[in-house]
Design a protein around this ligand. Structure first.
Ligand SMILES: Cc1cc2nc3c(=O)[nH]c(=O)nc-3n(C[C@H](O)[C@H](O)[C@H](O)COP(=O)(O)OP(=O)(O)OC[C@H]3O[C@@H](n4cnc5c(N)ncnc54)[C@H](O)[C@@H]3O)c2cc1C
Ligand SMILES: *[C@@H]1O[C@H](CO)[C@@H](O)[C@H](O)[C@H]1NC(C)=O
Ligand SMILES: *[C@@H]1O[C@H](CO)[C@@H](O)[C@H](O)[C@H]1NC(C)=O
Ligand SMILES: *[C@@H]1O[C@H](CO)[C@@H](O)[C@H](O)[C@H]1NC(C)=O
Length: 530
């Protein structure tokens, strides 16, 4: 059915046509798009209630609700013509069909944590297909499976699992506000990756809306497309509605710790040893090293402190004994350790003190907090000590920066390079996130930090993976090659494609060409057609 009151429709269309005149190009027909949506609306699920245009009072608050990076929430950031906050699968189908028919680009957004804002910005007229209302998490304990809709956050997934069981979990990311939609599409790693691999290694089914507006599951989409969306970036292939997770067993009590040492306390020797020890530890132990800049005194003298964050699928006595044998220099003691349930360990890793109630996992910010830039690297050969020293020096110069160094080994080494599009498997010691963030909104400040983090990345060139210099797609970085939203150039796509996917890029291109031959689903780093 359509609008019950035809005047309402007329009113919307007339105000909307105003925005069309200033914002759309000749080919994009926003007016036609809205009419098309209305025509496809069903009485049981009226689509009007999901459409926000700049005329709706809450447009701005809905827009920023899932913007994570303030760099893409400034007055000059291009704004969508509308946000369709789908409440039913049929709204997703209608948005795809109507946008395609009327020449509008869609940006698919789940948690909005894309480092470069690709889920809510574009340089051509666009609408946001916002998934946050589609967020149910349905845990089936008997089958050890959970269906998760794309708009759910990781915190909501962990919380829902824990409401049913203490002895199952799921290997996924560390930040609870990350959305399932983008996270799983890009691989998804967390503190159980050495035991169970990535999220995508534990996803057994999915539902997708194709460019034709059809809903397919694993069986009907076929193994090629199901392969592609598990790490190849969902947004090149369709809209992922939901994912079926295979839950993994965890002990009723796990152990976490956070031991920090400054340069003055021997951090350089510790990380030097850590890089070869951590990848060989038992799979149950994930030992991240996290260097960050710290004030030594009140006069502004700075140092680097490295936090060794541990997650052990077992009791504290065991991990203390293990590390005192394999890495005695760290000096881990029983009193550094906390035995908690698996879900409490996700709360601890999200930077909350021990004892924080687990419903903190459900908290969500209402607007972005910081400006930031992230980059990633894979390290295959031990870094010489002098490189660590140069890193510290550069970090102290940058000041607003931290690094996450995540050890490889374990299950990551056992999964073949082509099992999923995520190709960074055996042969790595650790992978690195460089993350600089700041609060000052001046463009000079932004340019300063962008320049500094790029200098650090340049400095690392001789010591990290090469040909290609590998990068993690979930840590989106437009510096490594990017297209325009208006056009996907194959040679440019090959640049970022080989870094994110290595040899899997070619298969991704074949799948893309088959399922979306006219390249409707595109963004600055999407998979091109042949
Ligand atoms: C603070 C922070 C911490 C992080 N921690 C981790 C971590 O521990 N481990 C890890 O692996 N990654 C981590 N990430 C990276 C994160 O996994 C990616 O940014 C991920 O893509 C975010 O998903 P999202 O749904 O929140 O983002 P969005 O910005 O909504 O989407 C990201 C990309 O996926 C596309 N997309 C989103 N939803 C869908 C859908 N339903 N169908 C098709 N395409 C879709 C978007 O169009 C966009 O291209 C972190 C990021 C941040 C900002
Ligand atoms: C936006 O405003 C229009 C016109 O008043 C209304 O029909 C629509 O329901 C509003 N959208 C939402 C999400 O409330
Ligand atoms: C969407 O609508 C259909 C038909 O009414 C219903 O079966 C389905 O459960 C709805 N989906 C959601 C997510 O509410
Ligand atoms: C670990 O300790 C460091 C230094 O005190 C702190 O900055 C960091 O937030 C802590 N991390 C976690 C996950 O507790």
């Amino acid at each position: 059915m359509k609008f019950r009151n035809p005047n309402v429709l007329l009113f919307i269309l007339s105000v909307l046509s105003i925005s069309v005149s200033w914002a759309t190009s000749a080919t994009a027909d926003f007016h036609g798009f809205l009419q098309c949506l209305t025509k496809r609306s069903h009485s049981a699920h009226p689509i009007q209630e999901t459409i926000y245009t700049p005329q709706n009072a809450s447009f701005q608050s809905v827009l920023v609700l899932h913007i994570n990076n303030r760099r893409f929430s400034t007055p000059t950031t291009p704004k969508p013509l509308a946000i369709i906050a789908a409440k039913n699968e049929s709204h997703v189908q209608a948005t795809v069909v109507c946008a395609k028919r009327h020449g509008l680009q869609i940006k698919i957004r789940s948690g909005g944590h894309d480092f470069e804002g690709l889920s809510y910005t574009s340089d051509v007229p666009f609408v946001i297909l916002d998934m946050f209302n589609l967020k149910s998490v349905d845990v089936n304990l008997a089958q050890k499976r959970a269906w998760v809709m794309s708009g759910a956050t990781l915190g909501e997934v962990y919380y829902a699992i824990a409401a049913k069981t203490k002895v199952y979990g799921f290997p996924a990311g560390i930040c609870p506000t990350v959305g399932a939609g983008g996270h799983f599409g890009g691989g998804g790693y967390g503190f159980m990756m050495r035991k169970y691999g990535l999220s995508v290694d534990n996803i057994v089914d999915a539902k997708i809306v194709t460019v034709k507006g059809t809903i397919l599951d694993r069986k009907s989409m076929g193994e090629d497309l199901f392969w592609a969306i598990r790490g190849g970036g969902g947004a090149s292939f369709g809209v992922i509605l939901s994912w079926k997770l295979k839950l993994v067993p965890v002990p009723a009590k796990v152990t976490v710790f956070n031991v920090t040492r400054t340069i003055e306390e021997g951090a350089t020797d510790l990380v030097y040893k850590w890089q070869t020890v951590a990848p060989k530890l038992p799979k149950e132990l994930f030992l991240r090293a996290m260097p960050q800049v710290k004030n030594i005194d009140t006069k502004g003298k700075k140092t680097v402190a490295v936090s060794f964050l541990g997650h052990f699928l077992g009791k504290s006595d065991k991990v203390v004994a293990l590390l005192n044998e394999r890495f005695p220099e760290l000096g881990l003691q029983r009193r550094d350790c906390h035995e908690v349930s698996w879900v409490e360990s996700t709360v601890f890793w999200a930077d909350n003190p021990i004892g924080t109630p687990i419903n903190v996992l459900l908290n969500k910010p209402t607007e972005p907090e910081t400006f930031y830039k992230g980059k990633s690297d894979y390290v295959k050969k031990p870094l010489p000590k002098h490189v660590f020293e140069s890193i510290w020096k550069k970090m102290i110069e940058i000041e607003n920066i931290w690094l996450d160094w995540n050890p490889y080994g374990g299950r990551m080494n056992e999964i073949s390079v082509s099992a999923t599009p995520y190709p960074h498997r055996a042969g790595n010691l650790f992978f690195a996130l460089y993350y600089s963030s700041w609060y000052d909104e001046g463009i000079e400040t932004t340019n300063k930090y962008l320049g500094l983090i790029r200098e650090l990345y340049e400095m690392m060139t001789p010591y990290v993976s090469e040909n290609p210099r590998e990068a993690f797609q979930n840590y989106r970085d437009l510096d490594i090659g990017a297209n325009q939203d208006s056009q996907t150039n194959f040679e440019t796509a090959k640049l970022y494609g080989k870094k994110y996917f290595k040899g899997n890029f070619d298969r991704l291109v074949r799948v893309k060409t088959k399922v979306d031959p006219h390249n409707f689903f595109k963004h600055k780093q999407s998979i091109p057609t042949l």
